[in-house]
Design a protein. Structure first.
Length: 469
């Protein structure tokens, strides 16, 4: 369950339609204009504004896919006057913004920066990512108040998958558990295997599958621990199990067996890099807020997280230290873990650190490293630098020009290309399963939203170049 900081209706400031020389807020404010400018003086008294959604020429009959941006356009307003907009998620949560109509009486969320509101600057994705709603796809109800005892309304229909996409449960074939997402496009389909973070299940991988199956990839959203059988935590996970997952995906009719990419998130990125470093069949790897060095088992720091041929994979020796904590007013506890990983790295001997390095230079294809500068769970930019340094030093990037590294500012550990088009209000803190304790993930709502969009675009271009050539 995720922790949300809810906005309340009390923060909404409804501005009258009459002349106002200054609007102040978090957008571009202070925003001033001369009310005596003849372009701001209405030439008529009867106004009948209209509101519409615009994306690629119009509104699809079946609604937008979640990763598709939609521009909200209001026309026919009095020029230079404020317009209040509320973007309400279908199941709780909303974003808001105040805009200034242009000289033609038009406001567009894809062109205009809010004068004040839930996000800053021109950002067509702002109405969605800045909402406090949960991390799942919801319709959005848009209300626009132009201060004339009336308001405009439009429904923004959104859906997770397009028609024709099939989801096939995998329950134990070759010991593999997860869901196989089958594109609506004609085969053959390149393969993407998605490996999640410490949650082990398909919470993250299903979101990655949702976005990339739409681009013509057969995606296996993997669940690798916490099931009825097998490992019950991230502790001594056989790397061979990920190789078996690849084989399951390859067996499906229409799969392109010579084009295989692994996308790993957090601890799952360790697995992706480790598997690819010894597998000639992997064509590419994407590491999201991952690490170029191996770490011990989660919560069992004396045990290896991964095994190969039943032998534990060497990891950075863990130190006995405590994370930073902060008691909340409601009795909860915030936990910030980043310093633990940084201090463990600092105390590791050069020999121990070298032994824990993932030999990414042995990967038989390009590697994309995506990380977050304000990651408060662990220092993902610095951890990704270990991998990047080895790729560059070994000449891997010269052999594979698609190699890349991105460190997104103002983004935290929840930055994820699979989260594009989702509300980000609950991504700064994550509540632990036992309740009352919240891990600080870092970043800002806008930083996480913009970074997830950028990471999605970067990953999409990377996979296109590598798997569809």
């Amino acid at each position: 369950m995720r922790r949300s900081r809810w906005l309340t209706a009390s923060v909404l400031v409804v501005l009258a339609c009459g002349p106002a020389p200054t609007f102040r807020g978090e957008g571009t404010g202070p925003f001033e204009w001369d009310v005596d400018d003849p372009r701001c003086i209405p030439t008529r008294r009867d106004f009948s504004p209209t509101i519409r959604l615009v994306a690629d020429g119009g509104l699809p009959d079946a609604g937008f896919l979640a990763w598709e941006s939609a521009e909200v356009v209001v026309e026919g307003l009095p020029p230079c006057r404020p317009l209040d907009m509320i973007f309400g998620q279908a199941v709780g949560g909303f974003a808001y913004a105040v805009f200034k109509a242009d000289f033609e009486g038009t406001v567009s969320t894809g062109r205009d920066a809010p004068v004040s509101g839930s996000w800053r600057g021109v950002d067509v994705d702002g109405p969605v990512y800045s909402s406090e709603g949960g991390l799942f796809v919801q319709d959005v109800n848009v209300l626009a108040d132009w201060g004339a005892a009336a308001y405009l309304e439009v429904n923004w229909p959104r859906r997770p998958l397009s028609r024709g996409v099939d989801v096939l449960p995998i329950r134990g074939a070759r010991g593999v558990f997860g869901d196989l997402y089958l594109p609506s496009t004609a085969p053959p389909w390149p393969i993407v295997v998605a490996i999640g973070d410490v949650e082990g299940g398909t919470l993250l991988t299903s979101e990655l599958a949702r976005t990339f199956v739409e681009q013509g990839y057969l995606v296996l959203a993997l669940s690798y621990w916490g099931l009825e059988i097998g490992p019950q935590q991230l502790d001594r996970i056989p790397l061979e199990s990920f190789s078996e997952a690849i084989e399951v995906a390859k067996e499906y009719p229409g799969a392109r067996r010579d084009r295989i990419a692994l996308i790993g998130v957090g601890r799952g990125a360790e697995a992706a890099l480790l598997v690819a470093s010894t597998s000639a069949q992997v064509s590419a790897v994407v590491s999201v807020v991952g690490s170029g060095v191996v770490w011990p088992a989660d919560d069992v720091w004396t045990q290896p997280a991964w095994t190969r041929a039943d032998a534990g994979v060497l990891s950075v020796p863990w130190i006995n230290a405590q994370p930073a904590t902060r008691l909340l007013g409601d009795g909860g506890l915030e936990v910030t873990s980043r310093a633990l990983w940084t201090e463990t790295l600092r105390q590791a001997s050069p020999a121990a650190l070298e032994a824990a390095m993932i030999p990414v230079e042995q990967i038989n294809g390009p590697v994309l490293l995506l990380s977050a500068e304000d990651d408060q769970l662990w220092p993902s930019c610095a951890l990704s630098d270990f991998a990047w340094g080895r790729l560059v030093d070994a000449g891997h990037s010269a052999r594979f020009p698609a190699d890349g590294r991105e460190c997104y500012p103002a983004a935290g550990h929840a930055m994820n290309p699979g989260y594009v088009g989702l509300p980000m209000g609950s991504t700064l803190f994550v509540e632990r399963a036992d309740g009352g304790v919240f891990d600080v993930y870092g970043g800002t709502v806008q930083g996480n939203g913009q970074a997830s969009r950028a990471a999605w675009k970067r990953t999409s271009a990377f996979l296109e170049a590598v798997l569809k050539r």
